[in-house]
Design a protein around this ligand. Structure first.
Ligand code: SF4
Ligand code: SF4
Length: 317
């Protein structure tokens, strides 16, 4: 049976569609947003978290690594490197055999990305059914990027609909139109990320052009679906008044209608994940945005007639 990598199944989520949601995060994304709050979902293969606070430096992982991909610790007094007293995984040497994870008895090494079948995912989602009925909740298929796993995502969505679940598809829109069109056919609501309307900025911060994304969004708006635009607001990237005025005009100029806009404030709670993955986070210097700061841009969108939230709550105010 075919399986896909899942990094997390998050229960009782309230910001990713209406009511209480069960968010399924698939692993693998064609974009690499510098602010990504879930960096473990970018690579389409299992990765190792190395949680330095749990490591007792017993050395068991070094012993079992067949390719010497784990550095022995260097005493701090012998090195200028940060965290030099800890082991370090040399990621480009690691062949992901996962022997070190089995060898660690202290929980300091952990795999992120577990293979699951459609049946296993739906079984997990259905455990939350009792929370859906009164709240209007259901499944939110997220990532990573669901369109990057087109066939598998289609099977999940199809199966969820057969079970009578309300379904949200959370997408960055960076996909062939044929794939997106097919998947949105199963979705009750499309959660569509709009990161930046200017192509050069988009490329700088996500690694990809926004041309296809904007074209896809325009095509989606004439399908008569519920579309919630999600704008991650990142300091020094898309947080100016001028930007939001232009973005609101862009949304107003689409061929069809969108349902609402959610402004999602940047936060830096994900710093540990970057450390655990051994990735230097380029935005580590930024402080979390206070959600109240986003009320000003929210008013810009409201002024143009868009229902707009700060934070993306799926419950009626
Ligand atoms: S086996 Fe675990 S606790 Fe021991 S050194 Fe390796 S990561 Fe640290
Ligand atoms: S997963 Fe990587 S670091 Fe761990 S034992 Fe295998 S090769 Fe070595």
């Amino acid at each position: 049976m075919q399986k896909v990598l899942v990094t997390d199944i998050q229960r009782y989520a309230v910001n990713d569609g209406p009511g209480f949601r069960t968010n399924v995060f698939l692993k693998g994304c064609p974009l690499a947003c510098k602010w990504c709050h879930n960096p473990e979902t970018i690579a389409a293969y299992p990765e190792i978290y190395w949680k330095n606070r749990l490591c007792v430096q017993c050395g068991a992982c070094l012993e079992v690594c067949p390719v010497d991909a784990i550095n022995p610790p260097i005493p701090p007094e012998e090195s200028q490197l940060e965290n030099s007293s800890y082991h370090k995984i040399i990621r480009d040497r690691c062949d992901r055999c996962l022997k070190c994870v089995d060898a660690c008895k202290y929980g300091a090494l952990e795999i992120t990305g577990s293979e699951m079948s459609v049946e296993e995912i739906i079984k997990e989602v259905l455990k939350d059914s009792m929370f859906y009925s009164n709240s209007g909740g259901g499944l939110t298929l997220s990532g990573g990027e669901p369109t990057a796993h087109a066939e598998f995502s289609e099977e999940i969505l199809k199966s969820a609909k057969k079970k009578g679940l309300h379904v949200c598809l959370d997408t960055n829109g960076f996909a062939k139109w044929e794939i997106l069109e097919k998947l949105v056919g199963y979705a009750d609501i499309i959660l569509f990320d709009l990161k930046h309307i200017d192509n050069d900025k988009h490329i700088e911060m996500t690694g990809a052009s926004n041309k296809l994304i904007k074209e896809n969004l325009d095509k989606l708006t004439v399908l008569n679906k519920d579309i919630w635009i999600r704008v991650p607001v990142i300091p020094e990237f898309n947080d100016s008044i001028d930007y939001h005025e232009r973005a609101a005009d862009f949304l107003n100029g689409l061929s069809g209608k969108i349902t609402r806009i959610d402004l999602l404030p940047f936060h830096n709670w994900c710093q540990d994940k970057y450390k655990w993955l051994g990735i230097k986070w380029p935005l580590a210097h930024l402080e979390s945005l206070d959600p109240s700061f986003l009320e000003i841009p929210a008013e810009i969108y409201r002024g143009k007639g868009f229902e707009t939230t700060v934070g993306g709550s799926g419950f009626e105010e």
